[in-house]
Design a protein around this ligand. Structure first.
Ligand SMILES: NC(=O)c1ccc[n+]([C@@H]2O[C@H](COP(=O)([O-])OP(=O)(O)OC[C@H]3O[C@@H](n4cnc5c(N)ncnc54)[C@H](OP(=O)(O)O)[C@@H]3O)[C@@H](O)[C@H]2O)c1
Length: 251
């Protein structure tokens, strides 16, 4: 596959992807603001993509309001795709989210939908790998919603996946020809978010209490039922939630 650039290389998925690429003997260019490249301003991008044949985009923004999230993903993806055309990149691999079309009403999802549209309409042959939420998603939600020792968690039905399994799928996608929409990637079992949160807090010996509710949180009712579950025939990661929990230590 030649030289691979990981955009967002210092992030959670990015670090794991860089490690998996290097373990597979690939040459990797790490792109992030902390390595001197900003995909929003475009600073340093042409230099970073010199000699690169495959790009894996796992950037992210903490923005939750729709306008800011859409602007981030639209500007970053537009700059990236233009620089890839100039550099002669042959394959753009994007990490996205299962259920993106069904679950409306969150800024992050609005931004990711715009990002997918730009990739699909772009000139660089592409693969979009959608995955379900990661195993630490419950912990992230607890972090966002805890007030006075009580976290509000919606009883979402999920089929979460390990970041290491996501990284492995991205490396496989990058090694093959552009696929367009790849088969969804999910974890091996369906879980509910309140149960995941309770088990994670127990593993961390964290005394935060849980309140199960669809109110006062970042989720829309369109995410209820089977809205976030993968489509039929999904590719399944090998790591179970229990495997992942066993690796967690009290913080
Ligand atoms: N969380 C989930 O359950 C889930 C599920 C499915 C898909 N996803 C997708 O996974 C992707 C990666 O998430 P993550 O949790 O790994 O993200 P993360 O840990 O927040 O990492 C984001 C990366 O993007 C880089 N970045 C941000 N702004 C940049 C800029 N202007 N220029 C260059 N680099 C920039 C960051 O580095 P610097 O700060 O140094 O720039 C960092 O390397 C996201 O697109 C998300 O939608 C997440």
């Amino acid at each position: 596959m030649g030289q691979v650039a990981v955009i967002g290389a210092t992030g959670r998925v990015g670090r794991s992807t860089v490690e998996a690429l290097r373990a597979a003997g690939r040459e990797v260019t790490e792109v992030a603001r902390s390595t001197g490249v900003d995909v929003v301003t475009g600073a340093g991008l042409d230099e970073a993509l010199h000699g690169v044949s495959v790009v894996i985009d796992v950037t992210n923004t903490p923005a939750t309001d729709p306008a800011t999230a859409v602007e981030f993903f639209a500007t970053a993806t537009g700059n990236l795709l233009e620089a890839e055309v100039r550099a002669g990149v042959r394959h753009h691999v994007l990490l996205s989210i299962v259920g993106l079309d069904r679950a409306k009403g969150t800024g992050h999802y609005d931004g990711k939908r715009r990002q997918e549209q730009l990739v699909e309409a772009g000139q660089v042959p592409w693969t979009i790998q959608r995955t379900t939420q990661f195993f630490d998603f419950a912990e992230m939600v607890v972090g966002w919603t805890t007030r006075d020792g009580v976290a509000t968690v919606a009883p979402l039905l999920l089929q979460p996946v390990a970041i290491a399994d996501v990284a492995a799928a991205l490396v496989d996608a990058a090694a093959g020809p552009p696929q367009g929409r790849a088969v969804d990637l999910a974890g091996p079992e369906t879980l509910d978010l309140v149960d995941m949160a309770r088990r994670t807090l127990t593993a961390r010996r964290d005394p935060t209490r849980l309140r199960a509710s669809w109110r006062d949180g970042p989720f829309s009712l369109e995410m209820a039922g089977e809205g976030l579950l993968p489509g039929p025939g999904a590719q399944l990661g090998v790591t179970t939630f229990d495997d992942w929990l066993a690796q967690q230590t009290p913080e």
